[in-house]
Write a protein that binds this ligand. Sequence first.
Ligand code: PXP
Length: 250
Amino acid sequence: MPAPSRLRLGVNIDHVATVRNARGGHLPDPLRAARLAEAAGADGITAHLREDRRHIVDDDIEGLMRELKVPLNFEMAATVEMIDIALRHRPHAACIVPEKREERTTEGGLDAAGQHNHLKPMVARLRDAGIRVSLFIEADPRQLEAAVALGAPVVELHTGRYCELDGEPQRAELARLQKAAALCARLGLECHAGHGLSYGDVGPVAAIPEVRELNIGHFLIGEAIFVGIETAIREMRRIMDAARVPGTAA
Ligand code: PXP
């Protein structure tokens, strides 16, 4: 098997905005967090502009597009409003996620198979604008094949369930992620993964050779309260890199 390529780390800064919005006003500033994340070696910044603007708001996206040196991964629901915003800003990447108002975070993956007709023109418009489209889906062969049919070049596998489990059920979920990542390679899809990852569970996912990028937010922002965002990101990077060396995976 070829040596796995370097794994990119996208840092999701949504929850800096969550803390800011708890009080209104401007602090803490998500843009400052993004700059520090860049300085600490993040390969990209991820931000989810939700329909209800509960964390990231439109001005944050403006600021990130204006100031970031690393690519922005714009997480968005498949709505006309969000497509218009993405086309206005033209971020490096757009990750289409399912969105329900009542959920606390993104629960479950996008039903790319069931929503083919709704998603097809949206994926096409983003792609035509030069935006790298990814679909946030469960590690399910049916969804991977649907991503191919939609013309999405990238999928992000939802690791939420893996992170919530322990022991044998967690190993079974990891095997499902590994199989899905291998299928991505056969289907010509670039494979990313994310949701819920922490120092304790990132290693085995980072070790999957077909996974090219991880997007991690809530844990890093929480850890940053105690050790600072740069230290938290560097430690995550260290664990990811160590897991990536062949023969050292947990
Ligand atoms: N990837 C996607 C598509 C997401 O929606 C999220 C959460 O916004 C993440 C990754 C990051 O998840 P977490 O904040 O739990 O690390």
